[in-house]
Design a protein around this ligand. Structure first.
Ligand SMILES: Nc1nc2c(ncn2[C@@H]2O[C@H](COP(=O)(O)OP(=O)(O)OP(=O)(O)O)[C@@H](O)[C@H]2O)c(=O)[nH]1
Ligand SMILES: [Mg+2]
Length: 495
């Protein structure tokens, strides 16, 4: 909406900073890199504790088996779509060394990189690009587990970690625009990073770049058939709580394993499921009660034990059970079964959340990243010319309506905002919950002049902002909605 102005202000600040730091090659390179980022897809880091399912989630979103890439030095692994007919490529960036090109092999929805030549090297970053539709508007960054006593909740009282966690957070900060934070179970010890990311002064003013994901949702409640329903309830509860919901744009539940296996379902796997589903249900049922039983020698039917084990590795016991149920209920072709598995995995909800909170909000997220980067330069290399810039930076951050809009949107989604129910639905729409484009905010056909409708909405929401029968918090929220309408009313005629 009025992103343009915020982006212009930010670009102008960066220009002036580049002028003030023209004699510092390091600062200059850093600032230039951030200017270039404005035109790139949004960079999303997948973050969380060990074995949270980060790499599996990357595969689920990409729709191919690509992660993890194993290399020394806990590299961040970048996955991006090759643009404009460029070739597939993989590069590793060793610490302090020159980039190494890695052999890449892509077959049957599997992308394998040969990392043999990286033995003994500490790698900072691995970057892969290949043609992939799902990654056209976003770059995924798989991150190493944040192993840390403060993070995993095992720290002694008063123990803080200033090095490991701070460094990991700084690194993810400077490389990504947005974060998917995986909560493998409702475990509050996992929130250290979530809080740490918002310690930064600008991040605190604009906590608009995170989605929390209740991951490995199929395992909830011992992997019962309703596991994903329970996981969605857990997500809804987190969304309402300030502790998690208050730091994120939204909370969703999903099983990365189910989504990834569904998206890459192969013919032999489908055939094996079909063979098993043809057996009388009561004959197979006892073998579906545990991993050991399903992998054992006694299972009837022609599918050999090692193949059953392979199915378990890819789909989990929950996925195997679900696939058999779906086949019996009529999903009898490979595409139909794959689609059902993916649909039940929660991937659709996650993609919607990513699109609405990250892809559609790319300009605001890029601005946020650039402002944080500028703050780092001003703090690390203080000088007289920087003082004025620091003051202006603070003003831009404090005045950015876009940040307030996204905060309010998150609070309304979680039912944490003070607005009465009868105003909530319209507020959500006007703030861009169902789509950030103007036509969607005002429920108009594209091409219709939105200003008359926006003007009407502006008048009503200004009245709510002054309505003394509402609480002070509700009036403040109404003023934010009014400001979003004002941005459209003020649009030039040909916009
Ligand atoms: N049941 C189930 N298992 C999962 C899911 N996602 C991942 N896993 C399994 O959990 C293990 C770890 O998965 P990864 O995706 O490698 O997790 P990660 O967070 O990248 O792990 P690290 O990078 O080692 O911290 C693997 O055995 C996966 O098969 C899920 O959604 N459901
Ligand atoms: Mg991993």
């Amino acid at each position: 909406m009025s992103n343009d102005r915020l982006e212009e202000q930010t670009r102008a600040l960066l220009d002036r900073a580049m002028d003030a730091y023209r004699d510092s090659p390091r600062a200059l390179a850093w600032l230039r890199a951030h200017v270039a980022r404005f035109d790139e897809p949004v960079r999303i880091a997948v973050v969380g504790p060990r074995s949270a399912g980060k790499s599996t989630l990357v595969n689920a979103i990409a729709g191919e088996q690509i992660a993890p890439v194993r290399a020394g030095g806990s590299p961040l692994c970048w996955y991006r779509a090759a643009t404009g007919g460029t070739e597939s490529s993989a590069f590793a960036f060793p610490q302090g060394g020159r980039p190494v090109e890695l052999p890449l092999n892509r077959q049957d929805k599997r992308l394998q990189v040969d990392t043999a030549m990286l033995d003994g090297l500490r790698i900072d970053r691995v970057e892969m690009s290949w043609p992939n539709r799902a990654l056209r508007e976003l770059t995924l960054i798989d991150t190493p587990a944040l192993d840390n006593p403060v993070l995993d909740g095992t720290a002694l009282e008063g123990e803080t970690d200033d090095s490991g966690l701070a460094q990991a957070v700084e690194r993810i900060y400077s490389e990504s625009d947005a974060v998917l934070y995986l909560l493998p179970r409702p475990h509050y010890g996992d929130l250290g990073f979530l809080r740490a990311v918002q310690e930064h002064p600008i991040a605190r003013a604009a906590p608009i770049n995170m989605l929390a994901v209740v991951s490995r949702a199929d395992e909830l409640g011992g992997g019962r058939v309703d596991a994903l329903i329970s996981a969605r309830q857990v997500a809804r509860r987190h969304r309402r709580e300030a502790e998690i919901g208050g730091l994120c744009q939204d909370v969703v539940a999903m099983s990365g394993m189910l989504a990834s296996a569904g998206r890459t379902l192969r013919e032999p796997e489908f055939d094996a499921f079909a063979e098993l589903a043809r057996l009388p249900k009561k004959d197979l049922e006892p073998y579906l009660l545990s991993v050991d039983r399903f992998a054992g020698a006694a299972v009837p039917g022609p599918v050999p034990a090692d193949f059953r084990m392979a199915l378990l590795t890819r789909f989990g016991l929950f996925g195997v059970r679900l696939a058999l149920t779906l086949l019996r209920r009529g999903s009898t072709t490979l595409p139909a079964l794959a689609a059902e598995l993916v649909q039940r995995s929660g991937l659709g909800e996650l993609r919607d959340a990513i699109d609405s909170s990250f892809v559609e909000r790319r300009p605001v997220l890029k601005v946020r990243s650039a402002l944080i980067a500028l703050e780092v330069v001003l703090r690390m290399e203080p000088r007289p010319a920087a003082a004025a810039l620091a003051g202006e930076l603070e003003c831009v951050v404090a005045g950015a309506h876009e940040f307030r809009e996204l905060r309010l949107l998150a609070a309304l989604r979680g039912g944490r905002a003070a607005l009465p129910d009868e105003l909530r639905t319209e507020a959500l729409r006007l703030l861009g919950d169902g789509g950030a484009a103007t036509a969607e905010r005002f429920a108009l056909e594209p091409g219709i002049d939105p200003r008359p409708v926006a003007f009407d909405a502006l008048r009503r929401w200004r009245a709510h902002a002054e309505d003394q029968s509402l609480s002070a918090a509700a009036r403040r929220a109404a003023a934010v909605v009014a400001r979003s309408c004002e941005g459209v009313v003020a649009m030039p005629v040909d916009a």
